[in-house]
Design a protein around this ligand. Structure first.
Ligand SMILES: Cc1cc2nc3c(=O)[nH]c(=O)nc-3n(C[C@H](O)[C@H](O)[C@H](O)COP(=O)(O)OP(=O)(O)OC[C@H]3O[C@@H](n4cnc5c(N)ncnc54)[C@H](O)[C@@H]3O)c2cc1C
Length: 338
């Protein structure tokens, strides 16, 4: 395969982290059929959306296929509405569209950057709601068997910031989603930040739109704008530890936040990082965001490798102090990916 003969050599790849990256071959793909054809031609291609959850290398040898086809369609109306969305749609445009149609269920997921096609990869979530809870189907192209499949959520291996697609990178290209939206989805208002924001605005019994607006205000306040400070949102996942480990940690560090889960407890990665003294610290051209230590930011000129080096130092200090391993949330891409 000689992608360089098909497109200009070394195209810069815009990404939320703001790191320099040039791809040998980049294609915007305008339809499902075009993607399938491109994948059969370039089996080693990396499929992406808006590059808001990637740590990219300076040079990307494999072809980059950007899902860019659009489409939102209400296929069933009413209290139990079904909405289909194409992979290249913007996630937030989908949230806005659903609210415009009076459909409930996505308000807590407002303003998450990126595309619809990437949303199931890490099962995007925020403020107590995860994508998996609203899905009825994920349409994929299975690159191994070269066929289109319609997967129900129970076949997608969804968990906290994970899925079958994340565990088997490169096997599935997401073509589109079907979501169940409507009155059947309860409002989720458990998060203190959101509760406070709604109370401040005087919304005792908020509408879906008011919840979405509260979520957007909180996000704008807490998270740095990637256009100003390159970032991918949370750089680490909240670690889930066994019951025994949670008990030991509660004895040695009683102030640690621990939410019970089926097998143990979910800790706050932000708190662990903060307690290790990282909040607001800088290492060369990259650093830890001063208001949210889960977020690493580009101070200007930082490269993917600078982020990975800082993440490794943070990881080591959390491991030394608490014996807890922090997994990365974004996908770190190697030059020859996948
Ligand atoms: C400021 C900020 C805040 C964020 N907040 C949140 C948050 O609250 N919750 C949350 O869950 N995430 C959050 N994120 C992460 C990010 O928004 C999501 O992971 C989003 O789904 C990434 O979309 P994307 O199109 O940019 O994906 P990309 O970064 O382009 O790709 C991410 C991964 O998905 C794969 N992929 C993309 N499209 C496809 C496709 N069609 N088929 C197969 N694989 C594909 C890529 O190969 C890659 O592995 C945040 C990011 C930023 C920058």
């Amino acid at each position: 395969m000689k992608p360089s003969s098909q497109s200009p050599a070394w195209t810069p790849v815009h990404n939320a982290l703001g790191v320099p990256c040039a791809a040998r071959c980049r294609r915007f793909v305008r339809s499902e059929q075009e993607l399938i054809e491109a994948l059969s031609r370039w089996p080693d291609a990396l499929v992406v959306g808006q590059c808001s959850n990637l740590v990219l290398p300076k040079r990307l040898e494999c072809p980059l296929l950007v899902a860019a086809w659009r489409g939102l369609r209400l296929v069933r109306e009413g209290a139990d509405a079904l909405l289909t969305a194409a992979a290249g749609e913007s996630w937030h445009a989908l949230v806005r569209y659903s609210l415009g149609q009076g459909l409930g269920g996505l308000e807590n997921l407002a303003l998450i950057p990126g595309s619809v096609g990437a949303a199931p990869i890490q099962n995007i979530g925020a403020y107590g709601v995860e994508l998996a809870e609203r899905l009825t189907e994920v349409r994929v192209f299975d690159r191994q068997d070269a066929r289109i499949r319609a997967l129900v959520p129970s076949a997608c291996g969804f968990g906290y910031r994970t899925s079958l697609f994340k565990v088997q990178p490169g096997r599935y290209a997401v073509l589109g989603l079907t979501l169940r939206l409507g009155a059947g989805n309860p409002l989720v208002l458990d998060y203190p930040d959101i509760k406070r924001e709604l109370a401040r605005a005087g919304h005792g019994e908020p509408s879906r739109r008011q919840v979405a607006e509260a979520v957007m205000r909180v996000r704008r306040r807490k998270l740095p704008d990637p256009k100003v400070w390159g970032n991918v949102g949370s750089f680490f996942k909240n670690p889930v530890v066994s019951k025994d480990a949670a008990r030991r940690l509660a004895q040695s560090h009683p102030s640690l936040v621990a939410h019970p889960t089926a097998g143990g407890a979910k800790l706050s990665a932000a708190q662990l990082i903060d307690l290790c003294g990282w909040k607001g610290r800088r290492q060369g051209k990259v650093g830890v965001w001063r208001r949210q230590p889960l977020v690493l930011v580009n101070h200007g000129g930082g490269a993917g490798e600078d982020f990975l080096a800082l993440a490794e130092r943070i990881r080591q200090s959390v491991m030394e102090r608490f014996g807890v391993y922090l997994a990365l949330e974004p996908t770190a891409v190697s030059p020859q990916t996948p």
